[in-house]
Ligand binder design. Structure first.
Ligand SMILES: Cc1cc2nc3c(=O)[nH]c(=O)nc-3n(C[C@H](O)[C@H](O)[C@H](O)COP(=O)(O)OP(=O)(O)OC[C@H]3O[C@@H](n4cnc5c(N)ncnc54)[C@H](O)[C@@H]3O)c2cc1C
Length: 452
């Protein structure tokens, strides 16, 4: 029998061990997919008192789904898992890295969410999923589910730059992290910015494809230039953009680059990087340009989290590398209705952003409650998520521009596009200041919805 892609990964990546080794009696639920390093005893959570939903990933998507399933039907047993012990948001982290807001603003307590939402939080890393026996394998033990939600977010995809050279990839990740997965990378970015000095050349790359947070790299560039200006540092921010133009809120960012940061920001669109030397700190482009830099946040392309591949629910195409193979209207895995995939791993071209994951999470939670109640989900139950995104343009005073959009399905193109979209791109005057206030309120509103 031919090995499936998933089986092949298991046998090459993780050695299978027998039930006897793990202490499981023959004929019990000893998982055939058990692998070395995975604890096979049950995870330390109370026995399920009703149908159990296990959610992997406590980002904006998983946090919202956990809370709103319990609100929809308190009898459903919900276990939310994350490998992190503390929540740190990606959104608003550019303002923390540039010293405008304190780290506490974006740092939150998973346990508070669990207490207020009446669900169980388990800090654990998921290593494997067996969909036949409906079992999740973690470093804390195993969990059975009735419904599984996979919301593990993105992984970076360095292959375009490194062509599989792992030494280069590790050097890039360590020395110049993209800082689009919040945590240590956010702290690295902050220390890089704290160390800027006269003569600094800071490179910010913008990847192609549907990368996480379209305005994020432009927002960061503005805020670093603002930091240089405020601290009287004569430096440059060089934006190497793989795209032909700024991908969103282009008028607002272009006018900020020109009017606020003309002496600080160099914007280079349609720039394909052909080589990066992390030691000599030199980038060469397709057109032969050579850029020497003193520091950088090198944001590579992104892909769906590799956990989807391990679970055997990933697409593998150029456009949706590693993203979820789901029915775009119900979020259920094709061929396995008990598994839902949400947030930044969805293959629909929705903005990979927190507000989108939050509003989508409420819709998916309501659908899971219906599904557990015996209802069939279909295209008729689909609703659009709402993208709302503020981007800081300067830190002092705090000024921001914003975008809002819903989505609709285009039958001809067989894909989703923006609907009811609008932007506020005036960063100067009262509009920009109101945008700054709106940004703080928007962020606090999301944290409240996740944890209170
Ligand atoms: C710098 C930056 C700026 C941003 N700016 C904005 C903005 O202005 N507006 C906006 O709306 N959005 C913004 N975003 C994007 C937003 O943060 C993401 O789109 C959002 O976090 C996606 O939510 P998610 O729940 O799908 O994934 P994530 O937030 O990535 O959460 C996934 C969770 O899964 C956990 N996990 C992964 N694998 C495992 C495993 N095997 N076992 C256990 N746990 C696992 C991870 O630890 C993580 O906590 C920004 C992001 C960054 C980094």
């Amino acid at each position: 029998m031919a090995l499936s892609r998933r089986d092949a990964m298991k046998f090459t990546g993780l050695a299978a061990v027998t039930a006897a080794v793990s202490g499981y009696a023959k004929g019990t639920e000893a998982p055939q997919s058990a692998a070395k390093g995975i604890l096979l005893s049950p995870a330390p959570v109370p026995a399920a008192k009703g149908a159990r939903v296990v959610i992997v990933g406590a980002g904006p998507s998983g946090l919202t789904i956990a809370k709103y399933i319990k609100k929809g039907n308190p009898k459903v047993d919900v276990v939310l898992m994350d490998k992190r012990s503390v929540f740190m948001s990606g959104f608003i982290s550019n303002l923390v890295a540039t010293g405008v807001l304190p780290l506490e603003f974006i740092t939150h307590d998973f346990l508070e969410g669990a207490r207020n939402g009446s669900y169980t939080f388990l800090q654990a890393t998921v290593h494997d999923i067996d969909r036949t026996s409906k079992t999740v394998y973690t470093n804390e033990g195993t969990l059975k589910y009735d419904v599984l939600v996979l919301a593990p977010g993105i992984d970076y995809d360095y292959s375009k730059w490194t062509k599989g050279d792992l030494e280069l990839e590790t050097a890039l990740k360590t020395k110049f992290p993209g800082a689009f997965i919040a945590g240590s990378e956010t702290l690295s970015l902050k220390s890089k910015i704290d160390n800027l000095e006269n003569g600094s050349v800071f490179v910010q790359t913008v990847p192609g494809g549907n990368y996480r947070c379209l305005p994020g790299p432009y927002e960061r560039s503005c805020l670093i230039a603002d930091y240089m200006k405020r601290n009287k540092i004569k430096g440059k921010v060089v934006i190497l953009d793989e795209n032909p133009n700024i991908t969103i809120k282009a008028d607002g960012f272009h006018s900020a680059f020109e009017k606020l940061y003309g002496d600080y920001i160099t914007y280079m669109p349609s720039t394909t990087i052909t080589s990066i030397d992390p030691h000599k700190q030199k980038i060469v482009t397709e057109l032969g340009e050579e850029i020497d830099f003193t520091d950088a946040s090198l944001y590579s392309r992104v892909r769906g989290n590799k956990l989807l591949e391990i679970a055997g629910v990933a697409k593998d195409s150029v456009f949706n590398k590693g993203e979820a193979n789901i029915d775009p209207f119900t979020y259920q895995v094709i061929g396995d209705l008990n598994v839902f995939c949400t947030g930044d791993v969805r293959p629909m071209g929705f903005s990979k952003s927190a507000n989108t994951a939050n509003t989508e999470g409420k819709i998916v939670a309501a659908n899971i409650v219906k599904y557990l109640g015996g209802e069939e989900l279909s295209r008729k139950t689909w609703k659009s998520p709402l993208t709302v995104c503020y981007s800081g343009v300067s830190g002092d005073p705090l000024r921001a521009i914003s975008v809002h959009a819903e989505y609709s399905y285009d039958e001809t193109k067989k894909s989703f596009g923006f609907a009811n979209a609008g932007t506020m791109e005036k960063w100067d005057g009262a509009d920009g200041l109101a945008g700054g206030k709106g940004l703080i309120e928007w962020g606090n509103g999301l944290y409240r919805d996740f944890f209170n």
